[in-house]
Design a binder for this molecule. Structure first.
Ligand SMILES: [Zn+2]
Length: 496
């Protein structure tokens, strides 16, 4: 998340080139899905519907062994296709038959099936692999974080390639069965519902199921010794929260005083965004040194750093808001990141408003006033920030201001109808910023292109008259809302 991928121009250009078809019309799938920020991410030629991951992990040695069974459908006549993966592969089968494979680039696993695969065919890919994920550097780093008692896979946008082969881009979502064997006494946490556990010969196997479409970076795995709390929401969803046993006791208490409010936050967010889209809720706090949080589907990841100075419900509300904005409706390209971060940040402001700790308008006024016109903050356009600025403060804070501007322009009734309706319109799918602008215009019946241009695309501070016309106070002496310290702490230092 805090790392920058630089794709050299020549590589980017070569990935854009059309690949010539062979004489029989079968051709290799593209090595990238076509994301302008990250040309090598994802692949072309097929669409995955399900990942079945059967894994075994030894915390002492960091050895991960796995068999991934991937169900997909071809989208072209395919002679060859890529998966994105970093560990060592020993065998690949396509439709039961051994396939040849090779590696190229940072993470391309090129698979050549024994025979061409006609367009529109369901295929089953089996990949056997093993390796020490913390030793594997892709793009110059590993996203696999070892902990004193295990490991964690959670990162954005790069996370999957260290623990399972995939079409690694949010545009290709799939369902997941993740089954992980770990030494007795150790637990494995993943997305969705824990369907069963079995124990045999010193190993305990945890079987997790995430049964709604899930982007690859939203799949997570945490292995370690956890204190686990379980429950059920008022709507009957299973809740699983997990806290590393070796967290500092005061930090753990503060973490519990935050994460255990997950059901309450989900209830609030359902009132704002509509019905919760998945089969389980929860969160986990492993003993990692990283400082960020991530909206891993149904079960967000929280660094303990959020809780070292006390509880913080703001970060909980943020990651849970992503279950709608980011997870249910995902970015089409990574350039669409405002659709995730602007909304999750605005949800924190709505929570503050509900708690009587400062309205969203007061927070917008305060943030606007904090950044004078010459602040570089304003040079990042949340609507298309560039890969190097994908997680800059502007995407979050100016992104949330854009939503307050929209709310003021269309009124509360239309604004909240837009927030809810968008979730139905694109449920379990992907969308672009431009789609949202058009959708907001459709629901409100108002032209909004200028407003979004001002708040999302201009590399400058919206002028005071324009801001004031939308209800913003341009004065520098805006009082600090009571919720601000917690919100600032949620956003400080790293991304969430
Ligand atoms: Zn976020």
């Amino acid at each position: 998340m805090y790392r920058r991928l630089i794709v050299p121009g020549a590589l980017a250009a070569s990935l854009m080139l059309a690949i010539p078809a062979s004489a029989d019309g079968y051709s290799p799938g593209a090595p990238g899905i076509g994301d302008p920020y990250y040309p090598a991410y994802g692949n072309g030629g097929y669409d995955v519907s399900h990942y079945d991951l059967r894994l075994k992990y030894q915390p002492k040695t960091d050895l991960l062994e796995g068999t991934a069974t991937i169900l997909a459908t071809t989208t072209q006549d395919l002679s060859r296709f890529d998966l994105d993966f970093g560990l060592k592969v020993s065998e690949v089968r396509v439709n039961g038959i051994r396939a040849s494979f090779a590696t190229s680039g940072d993470e391309e696993l090129e698979i050549t099936p024994a025979a061409g695969l006609p367009k529109g065919t369901p295929i089953t890919i089996v990949v056997r692999y093993s390796g020490k994920p913390s030793d594997v550097k892709l793009f110059g780093f590993t996203s696999w974080a070892r902990t004193p008692d295990g490991a964690v896979a959670a990162n954005e946008p790069e996370s999957a390639a260290w623990w399972f082969p995939s079409n690694d881009h949010p545009r290709d979502k799939a369902t997941y069965d993740v089954s992980v064997a770990v030494p007795d006494g150790t637990q494995a946490i993943s997305n969705g519902v824990l369907t069963s556990t079995t124990s045999q010969l010193g190993w305990t196997r945890y079987n997790w199921r995430s049964d709604k479409p899930q982007a690859t970076y939203l799949a997570t795995l945490a292995i370690g010794r956890f204190d686990i709390t379980t429950g059920t929401t008022a709507n009957g969803l299973p809740v699983v929260n997990a806290y590393s046993k070796d967290l500092d006791p005061a930090t753990k208490d503060a973490a519990r005083a935050s994460v255990e409010r997950t059901s309450e936050a989900v209830e609030f967010l359902e009132g704002v965004f509509g019905p919760y889209p998945f089969n389980a809720v929860g969160g986990y706090v492993p003993n990692v040194s990283a400082g960020f949080a991530l909206e891993t589907q149904t079960r967000p990841f929280y660094s303990p750093k959020f809780f070292t100075k006390g509880s913080n419900v703001s970060v909980i509300v943020h990651e849970l808001a992503h279950q709608w904005y980011g997870d249910n409706v995902s970015v089409h390209n990574w350039a669409d990141i405002w659709l995730n971060e602007g909304f999750a940040s605005y949800a924190e402001w709505l929570w503050s408003e509900k708690e009587g700790e400062g309205t969203a308008q007061e927070l917008a006024d305060y943030v606007y006033a904090q950044h004078p016109a010459d602040d570089p903050f304003w040079t990042v356009a949340p609507g298309d920030p560039g890969a190097a600025h994908q997680f800059d403060d502007a995407v979050y804070d100016r992104g949330a201001m854009a939503l307050q501007a929209l709310r003021n322009a269309v009124g509360d009734d239309d604004f909240f109808a837009i927030l809810k309706g968008w979730q139905k319109e694109h449920a379990y799918g992907n969308a672009q910023v431009g789609d949202f602008v058009k959708y907001a215009e459709r629901v409100s019946g108002k032209p909004l292109a200028d407003l979004f241009d001002t708040w999302l695309y201009q590399p400058s501070r919206p002028a005071s008259p324009a801001a004031e016309a939308l209800g913003f106070k341009a004065a520098r002496s805006v009082p600090q809302p009571r919720s601000w310290p917690a919100i600032a702490r949620a956003h400080s230092g790293s991304r969430i």
